[in-house]
Design a protein around this ligand. Sequence first.
Ligand SMILES: [Zn+2]
Ligand SMILES: [Zn+2]
Length: 265
Amino acid sequence: MLLDYHTHTHYCNHATGTMASYVETALARGIREMGFADHAPFMPQPWMKLAATFEEYEQYVSDVLRLRQEYPEMTLRLGCECDWVEGKEKEIETFLAAYPHDYVYGSLHFVRGFAYDMQEGIPGYQGRDLNQLWHDYFDDLARMAETKLFDILSHPDLIRKFAYQAPGDPKRFYEKTVPRIAAAGMAIEVNASGLFHFTQGPYPTLDFLRMARQAGIPLVYGSDSHAPEHVGCCAAVCQALAAEAGYTAWTRFAGRRRAGELAFG
Ligand SMILES: [Zn+2]
Ligand SMILES: [Zn+2]
């Protein structure tokens, strides 16, 4: 494991530590390629506080570019985690094109207005039809991929976060969604944060990863660090899961294009 594409910064108001300390922790852990992927200023209200403002994002980009000069021993990528806010596609496209991003994660932290992955959203699960919620979530993942605004789908089944699972085998949702993600040319991420949630395992599940592998979908690893000490977190667990699904390498990105692979080590 020598790569981590999903780290946040203080600009999103819910991560701690200096940006340099993320890079230094990564170097100390043998990571030679990492990317920041902070939250872009696209979230539905009232959740904008969880993202950088447009002005802060400008500063974030210049900080990453400066750190790239200061740490030549690190291949430092400029990434972004951007929510798909339906109806704002033109603004998102213009925003993303304004910066020299190496990759952009597309994220779905809301399902048709429901903040399903927030503590504050938990009461909203009461009385909800979970089958419908999961259907809408996985359908929206595919619709997000089909916008082709983003390069990598972050934490693909984050809907598992609070363990409100639709009854039955979730493969029926994956079967409809994975081919659409593949057809849209989007990569996916194996994300360590699920190890700290009720899911107690990375996002996505082994079954999802197997289908993605069979569909030829490229894969990256992301710790989803919101503190420097989490950089590279649980990489061995994530890699083992990916290997079990048949993957042998992480895909690298530069300038919003695939830039070769990094074999599992
Ligand atoms: Zn975050
Ligand atoms: Zn996220």
